[in-house]
Design a protein around this ligand. Structure first.
Ligand SMILES: [Fe+2]
Ligand SMILES: [Fe+2]
Length: 177
């Protein structure tokens, strides 16, 4: 539990430059999975990625990790309603990256996090370890959100069951988003 408190303090510090702009509040207008908004989802992905960076035995650029994660779904439309030429799942990383470039100063790591977070649905893999963490965290959070939306109890599930759920989610949902 102490590590979660440490994570939240660090998250508060690292996310402030992005959250204090107020621009991310736009994401509160759009639903992501179930009742979860794009804002809630982005915060959850950033916190999960930061947590993983704290427990894994590698060095991560945590400031860029958090910023990239916060902006990974900065596409700014309701994907349930808008009809795009390409499916949302394939197209939104590019739109999010363009919006992030327009509204923020973005490093190449942050851009890679945003553009590659849908791997393996989009074929080019993440280039940096920070991008890999966000890609994994995004799948994990999306799975949780979908299962909550479906009314499943996810707390107390065996880790193997959660992995199975994640794989099932990836196969069943992601290609059609
Ligand atoms: Fe996404
Ligand atoms: Fe996402």
């Amino acid at each position: 539990m102490r590590i979660l408190i440490k994570r939240d303090i660090l998250f508060h510090h690292l996310s402030a430059p992005v959250l204090d702009t107020g621009l991310l509040n736009q994401l509160k207008e759009f639903k992501q999975h179930g009742k979860c908004t794009c804002y809630d989802h982005s915060i959850a992905v950033a916190k999960t990625a930061l947590f993983l960076s704290m427990i894994l035995p590698f060095r991560f650029k945590q400031k860029q990790l958090v910023k990239g994660a916060l902006l990974h779904d900065y596409f700014l439309y309701d994907w349930h309603k808008v009809k795009l030429e390409k499916l949302h799942g394939f197209h939104h990383p590019k739109i999010a990256a363009e919006n992030a470039h327009r509204d923020f100063k973005i490093t190449k790591i942050e851009e890679n996090i945003i553009r590659r977070h849908m791997f393996p649905l989009t074929p080019i893999p993440p280039k940096y370890r920070e991008s890999v963490l966000v890609t994994i965290s995004d799948k994990y959070c999306a799975t949780k959100e979908v299962f909550v939306a479906l009314g499943h109890k996810i707390r107390g599930l065996h880790p193997a069951t959660h992995i199975a759920n994640t794989v099932a989610f990836l196969l069943a949902f992601l290609p059609w988003r």
